[in-house]
Design a protein around this ligand. Sequence first.
Ligand SMILES: C[S@@+](CC[C@H](N)C(=O)[O-])C[C@H]1O[C@@H](n2cnc3c(N)ncnc32)[C@H](O)[C@@H]1O
Length: 271
Amino acid sequence: MHLSEAEREQRARFGQSYRRNLLPVMLRIEKAVCGCNYGGTSWATRGEIDDVAEKRARRPGQRLLDLGAGSGWPGLYLAASSGCDITLVDLPAEGLVIAAARAKADRLAGVLSVAAADGRALPYGDKRFDAITHSDVLCCLPGKQAVLAECRRTVADKGRMIFSVISVAPDLSEIDRARAIETGPPYVASAIGYGEMFERTGWETVETVDLMAQFLKSATTFLEVDRENRADLAELLGEEDYEQRLQKDRDLIDAITRGILRRDLHCLRAG
Ligand SMILES: C[S@@+](CC[C@H](N)C(=O)[O-])C[C@H]1O[C@@H](n2cnc3c(N)ncnc32)[C@H](O)[C@@H]1O
């Protein structure tokens, strides 16, 4: 897999996060913000993922791909609640090792498969999955269209894909666009909109759910619990990085409140 220097650095950072997110203070924060304890790094809440499960009810024997699965959220949760087979794909091995251990402890009924691979070149044959999900993954990578095309190739006829993504709001002034890009995840910007990317890669939109209210609530809770856990976080991160983290929290709340950064859930079907 060919990754740029910046992507290799990001893979290392995510790998470190998955290890660190198992610490009690990080699990407390995740529980307060997202309502779960998988050591995740996305903004996907338990309520949001229950909604995903409802929109695309899964059952034993169905094959689900969670792309950019990190340490198993939300793929393992969806598999545990439905009994479907689950494939987890991500770049850093650290998260996948944690996910595999969690799957074993949870005694999943379905088949688990795990691969350290690039979403732009999935190591699977055509039409392998009945459904695909990902949580805030496309905003963390370049080559979004290549990933969408690979998902289209590997999903079965009439297959579905449901995913959340953070994006820069359209039609912003130059200053606001620059601010949104600075505040959002590393690859939040895209040259063309998601609707056009779906068309180009053979996906049809079934529904787009506006997640802004929950995004603001989650970001606000994140700042609150970061403050409540000051002592533990400052010890873990160092005083300077802790203060930077709080500033990032405030910047994010400001960007969401002003509507310059968006978060949406896209429900697509193979066209
Ligand atoms: C915001 S995290 C979400 C992780 C997990 N699903 C969760 O909810 O906690 C985004 C994930 O996308 C992964 N990712 C970034 N680029 C990728 C690529 N080219 N192929 C596969 N995964 C990628 C990252 O390694 C990271 O784990």
